[in-house]
Ligand binder design. Sequence first.
Ligand code: ADP
Ligand code: MG
Length: 269
Amino acid sequence: MEPRAYVLTVANQKGGVGKTTTAISVAAALAEDGFRVLLVDLDPQSNATSGVGLSARRPTPTVYDVLLGAVPAADAVLATSVPGLDVLPSTIDLAGAEIELVSVFSREQRLAKALEPLRERYDLVIVDCPPSLGLLTVNALTAADGVLVPIQCEYYALEGLGALGRNVDLIRDSLNPRLVITGFVLTMLDGRTRLSQQVVDDVRAHFGERVFTTRIPRTVRLAEAPGFGQPITVFDPSSRGALAYRRLAAELVGRLGLPARAAGQGVTA
Ligand code: ADP
Ligand code: MG
């Protein structure tokens, strides 16, 4: 039997913590390493879609049509300029889904069911969530094998993570018994400040080994890349941000026990 894709959902109900940047950058780094990756944009703001340069095309159909059952997911998938990286795009239309899905049958399982036929085509599916714990995020958690939680290095970093954890527990108990928290990743780290170091220590004390060793630095290049519609690994391949996300991708591969893919490029944990 063909191996099935591992579905990794990037979630944190806070906005601006680095979910989309992490989803795009890890997806692109994994594709660069030879993995077949599908990036699913489940945020109506469609920053993952624009971040890989696909929003100008006004993609149609989108993940919205897929969730509402109008088209199979395969019909909405687009290739990106990064070999091995495809996207299931979104547009602002997706904002309506949160309400329209309320009355449909098995509303929490729409994404899981839609992705099922695609899981033989990819090694990883990475789902970028909106900044809420609403029905779109519930769909993303129900479809997932694991959750990656970006934590921004700021004063209230841990706030809200209890609610996220409880949601993960609820979904594991009811809809998706295989769901685990794959790990927490510290983002936008400013190594020079004491506050950042304090947050690193707090998060470590709280989540221990589940925190990825790799930390993502705050860099201007990472903030600039989306404006060019390119993942950081393409926009500035040797930048600190690109290197950090490649390290995170390698750590993820090790944690998930995925077989290295790339010819001649060892993937190390
Ligand atoms: P979220 O998806 O959680 O809302 P984003 O990934 O969109 O968060 O990040 C929020 C903003 O911060 C974006 O403008 C993004 O470009 C910027 N950003 C994300 N990570 C970094 C980083 N490590 N360094 C600098 N800017 C970053
Ligand atoms: Mg986002």
